[in-house]
Write a protein that binds this ligand. Structure first.
Ligand code: AMP
Length: 285
């Protein structure tokens, strides 16, 4: 597996692939890799001649300095996992390499209404930071397919909008959420939970699952309220938001028959660790 640190070397590597006419799969990550990331990587490896993974903790998508500083970094183990999974190249630049002009986000990306709700409201600047890093990475790696996890459900919609508004030629592939055996969605931030917090964390998915049953004979509002009340009652846990939305537009729904694809997206704080998850209430397939 090739380890690439600079934009120059990445460009050179990409030119070589073009000469070979290779189909390229790309998985952008912030490292601290777990089975969730690796499921995207496995799919990319199986669907493309060449797979490139980026590992870059993108400073400009963090709206909270503490969260950025405490974000786990496990580069050596990450590279071992990627090599064992058959990845061809990992691109792991530092921030000066990615943003030589500094961390200022100069361009305002058009990300549509999907970027204005939920994470867009609670993490100002987050999606512009995601858009900036992906714009650079997509142009550099020039992949045929890029793989994203549905754990970050809103991110997938926003990335699709970015691809469209920037006229980028890449297929966005959405991959299902990987969970621990107790249901907790795998996340790099889980490693920051204390033993006690980790024991409480599965309550998030258990409650979401229960709410799908509950929703069968209750309104959208009642379903929303039961989730928030239940989780807020767990000591040390606080719901930042829970929204039941149309999965395509991410606009809130008021009635279950408003859309054939409805998702509930939640963000919960356990102490100072911010966890996200989501669940489908209606599926078109
Ligand atoms: P991150 O390193 O958190 O930026 O995540 C990189 C990619 O992995 C994103 O597309 C995430 O949605 C995806 N991902 C993270 N956790 C999971 C998970 N538990 N299941 C599936 N995909 C995930």
């Amino acid at each position: 597996m090739k380890i690439i640190r600079t934009l120059y070397d990445m460009t050179e590597y990409r030119v070589g692939l073009r000469e070979r006419n290779a189909s390229v799969g790309f998985v952008p990550t912030m490292g601290a890799l777990h089975e969730g990331h690796m499921s995207l990587v496995k799919q990319a490896v199986s669907e493309n001649m060449v797979t490139v993974v980026s590992v870059f903790v993108n400073p400009i998508q963090f709206n909270n300095k503490d969260d950025f500083e405490k974000y786990p970094r496990t580069e050596e183990e990450d590279f071992k996992l990627l090599a064992a999974a058959g990845v061809d190249a990992v691109f792991a630049p530092d921030a000066r390499e990615m943003y030589p002009e500094g961390n200022q986000n100069q361009k305002e990306y058009k990300l549509g209404k999907a970027a204005e709700v939920m994470e867009g409201l609670y993490r100002p600047g987050h999606f512009q930071g995601v858009a900036r890093v992906l714009d650079i990475l997509f142009r550099l790696v020039d992949p045929h397919r890029a793989y994203f996890g549905e754990k970050d459900f809103q991110q997938v919609a926003v990335v699709r909008n970015l691809v469209e508004s920037e006229g980028l030629k890449v297929d966005i592939v959405a991959c299902p959420i990987k969970r621990a055996s107790d249901g907790l969605a795998l996340s790099s931030r889980n490693s920051r939970l204390s033993k006690e917090q980790r024991e409480k964390a599965p309550e998030i998915y258990q409650t979401l699952k229960y709410s799908v049953e509950y929703s069968k004979d209750h309104s959208v509002q009642a379903t929303h309220d039961t989730v928030v009340e239940h989780l807020d009652a767990v000591p040390g846990m606080r719901v930042e938001y829970f929204q039941i939305v149309d999965a395509r537009t991410l606009a809130p729904v008021e009635e279950w028959d408003e859309s054939d694809w409805i998702v509930g997206c939640i963000t919960v704080y356990l102490g100072d660790v911010r966890l996200i998850d989501n669940i489908s209430y209606r599926l078109p397939y």
